[in-house]
Design a protein around this ligand. Structure first.
Ligand code: DAH
Length: 360
């Protein structure tokens, strides 16, 4: 006779049939666990709990009463203990089942060593930081020193010292964010003011990479963020030529975007460089064959550069007859997007761990 059938009958009968109290206990427990394993929904589990442990007519409650009554006098303490133990076990198993946990393996301390531990997720390196490190790894061996500068700048460093005439449209074009109440203090719109700060503080030869956050009053979209990251590299010394600039940047883009990358220098204009150029590279997505991203041109514009304007050297206190320099600047966010195939700059700033995890 199965325990299931037995449990349907008064426990007193069962005991008289010769079951030891331990047998009965083990049988009831096995039966309960089998039924528990078969429950598929929380409602089933609750129904099982009521059937076995319900206070009035629960199977165990009823069984316990008659069981104790029927037990021989000298067995009563043992039976009582077993009953309590059984009740505790059933309740614990139920609780586990209701929490969706596995109730089986337990060590002596009552812990289940097979349950998964708390998940420990390693942080990921942000794509902008990743791009920055790659860029720095290229410039450091060339003798460049890495520096940063203040994000709150004066009008002088951000514009005037860089040879922007005060009525220059770029002051507006750059969508400058001025700070309320402060006399022409602003959030720097580019990292170029660091050129001035460093030239003022040190004497040539200078080779510097400066990086950091810059701010513009732009409406956010897939290619614009009101805060983004720039990197500026510059060198000042005697006998520095445009050829040096060109060789350095060609080396740089090949190292960063891949050995087959070609750079194209287009004449351009910046107030702080003369001559100025913009650099396009062969599109890293189609290797220059033409695709949606390069708008079928095969080229993508990546940076601005030029020979540091003599006025800028003078503004920073250097003798432009003795020294020349070159400079280049670009957006690190854009570099990261091109390098890692990210198509929306705002993804970088939404903190979505599903996105960020990919850059471990
Ligand atoms: N400061 C420029 C900008 O934010 C970028 C730039 C262009 C930096 C040419 C340079 C340079 O150093 O030579 O748009």
């Amino acid at each position: 006779m199965s325990i299931a059938e037995k449990t349907g009958r008064p426990i007193a009968d069962l005991l008289r049939e010769g079951d030891s109290a331990e047998d009965l206990y083990a049988g009831l427990r096995a039966q309960f666990e089998a039924e528990l394993r078969d429950t598929r929904t929380p409602e089933h589990t609750r129904a099982l709990r009521d059937r076995w442990l319900g206070r009035r007519s629960g199977l165990l409650t009823a069984a316990n009463e008659s069981w104790l009554k029927a037990a021989a006098r000298e067995l009563k303490p043992t039976v009582g203990k077993l009953q309590n133990q059984l009740k505790r076990d059933l309740e614990a198993a139920l609780q586990n089942a209701m929490q969706g946990a596995v109730s089986e393996p337990r060590d002596e301390a009552g812990l289940d060593p097979t349950l998964p531990g708390p998940e420990r997720t390693a942080g990921a390196v942000h794509p902008v930081r990743l791009a920055l490190e790659e860029v720095l790894d290229i410039f450091r061996p060339l003798g460049y020193t890495v520096a940063e500068g203040p994000e709150i700048e004066s009008f002088f460093y951000n514009f005037e010292a860089l040879n922007f005439p005060s009525d220059h449209p770029a002051v507006d074009e750059m969508d400058t964010l001025f700070l309320a109440g402060k006399e022409r203090a602003l959030l720097r719109t580019h990292t170029s003011p660091c050129q001035i700060r460093i030239m003022e503080a040190e004497s040539p030869p200078l080779r510097y990479v400066v990086h950091g956050k810059v701010y513009r009053n732009d409406t956010p979209d897939a290619t614009h963020s009101p805060m983004f990251h720039q990197l500026e590299m510059f060198a000042v010394g005697a006998d520095i030529t445009f050829g040096d600039l060109r060789g350095t940047l060609e080396h740089f883009v090949r190292r960063f975007f891949g050995p087959s990358t070609r750079a194209r220098f287009r004449p351009s204009y910046f107030p702080f460089t003369e001559p100025s150029a913009e650099v396009d590279i062969t599109c890293p997505f189609c290797s220059g064959h033409g695709c949606r991203i390069c708008k079928q041109t095969g080229y993508i514009e990546v940076l601005g550069c030029g020979m540091i304007d003599p006025n800028v050297l003078t503004n920073a206190g250097l003798d432009h007859e003795r020294f020349q320099g070159f400079a280049a600047g670009f957006g690190l966010d854009r570099f990261a997007m091109l390098r890692y195939g990210i198509d929306d700059i705002l993804q970088m700033y939404q903190g979505d761990t599903r996105f960020l995890r990919q850059f471990r």
